[in-house]
Design a protein around this ligand. Structure first.
Ligand code: GTP
Ligand code: MG
Length: 300
């Protein structure tokens, strides 16, 4: 059942806040479908306290595998962890859905773990904001950490992780994505870079190459080696994630992405948006001129 906004009682929110997983799941579906915003849930803003962590990186670098390891590690410490996997099964790596894997691992039968997928389809511009809201809701529902997994392949994914307090970029040895990541601006917003698959050859060399590239660009981002396969470095990663400082400048880069996400979603939720797009595509209206004319009121 999909909840209509008007049907959604405050009781649902209260149930979720008091630990009811089904109510939380229903609220998350409504957020994903764009039926709820922070006002309709009555949710205050989130303090930037480092508890919402974005995990991004190219397809197949091992994001889900590392998250699985982190979850097992934190679960034994009694921490409650929620995960949002954005469009998790990339066709390139053919990775299994994170939720299924965690369930296979029987971690999800553990009430301290909540895994949720968010689909990117049918969400033009609205996805980043809804992921941010979902993460915030999960935090309020008592999860100590919320991890957001997203494939870091383009600008829209950067926008999604900009809603996290901290951003971790995962690389794999010789993935050759470093330059690509830099171009896409991921390096700018990442607080920590992890070279995963340290059990494979060339991992150390890749970490050193990344470190020296960062030094040249004057970036203070920390680089770690880890292996989701052997578990090497996972403990250190887990503890760094609990105490990771905000990298200077990353906040500004993230704030910019959040602003752009808010702007895109308010633009795309206009009632006349289809007409505007049709007019632009038929050449009747010029996109840049339209924006200039419709932004003018900001200056008044
Ligand atoms: N050798 C080795 N293989 C790994 C390691 N971590 C993950 N893999 C393998 O790499 C492949 C991709 O792992 P995933 O965890 O699905 O990677 P992902 O980044 O989540 O992939 P997408 O979500 O599809 O982008 C799988 O076959 C894993 O078994 C590692 O530390 N060492
Ligand atoms: Mg994955």
């Amino acid at each position: 059942m999909v909840l209509g906004r008007e049907q959604l009682s405050i009781e649902f929110v209260n149930q979720a806040l008091s630990g009811n997983r089904r109510s939380l799941a229903k609220l998350l579906s409504s957020i994903e479908n764009g039926e709820l915003d922070s006002n309709s849930i009555g949710l205050d803003g989130h303090d930037d306290d480092g508890t919402i962590i974005g995990i991004t990186g190219a397809p197949g670098v091992g994001k889900s595998s590392l998250i699985e390891k982190l979850i097992s590690h934190w679960s034994t410490q009694g921490l409650k962890i929620a995960v949002i996997a954005v469009d998790p099964s990339s066709p390139l790596s053919g990775g299994a859905l994170l939720g299924d894997r965690i369930r296979m691992d029987s971690a999800d039968s553990n009430s301290n773990v909540f895994v949720r997928s968010f689909a990117t389809r049918n969400q033009p511009g609205g996805l980043p904001k809804s992921v941010g809201l979902a993460a915030n809701l999960m935090r309020k529902c008592g999860y100590d950490l919320v991890l957001i997994e997203t494939v870091g392949a383009g600008q829209s994914e950067i926008r999604i992780v900009s809603f996290a307090d901290r951003v971790v970029l995962i690389e794999s040895p010789n993935s050759g994505d470093q330059i690509q990541a830099e171009k896409a601006g991921i390096m700018e917003i990442a607080d920590l870079i992890v070279v995963n698959k340290s059990d494979l050859p060339n991992a150390e060399r890749s970490a050193m190459q990344i470190t020296s590239a960062l030094q040249i660009s004057g970036s203070p981002t920390c680089v770690l080696l880890a292996s989701a396969k052997t578990g090497e470095g996972v403990e250190e990663l887990a503890s760094q994630l609990l105490s990771i400082p905000i990298k200077m400048g990353a906040e500004v880069a993230r704030a910019r992405e959040r602003l752009l996400a808010a702007w895109a979603s308010s633009l795309l939720s206009r009632e006349d948006i289809s007409k505007i797009i049709n007019d632009i595509s038929s050449g009747e209206v010029d996109a840049e001129k339209w924006v200039l004319n419709n932004l003018r009121w900001y200056d008044e």
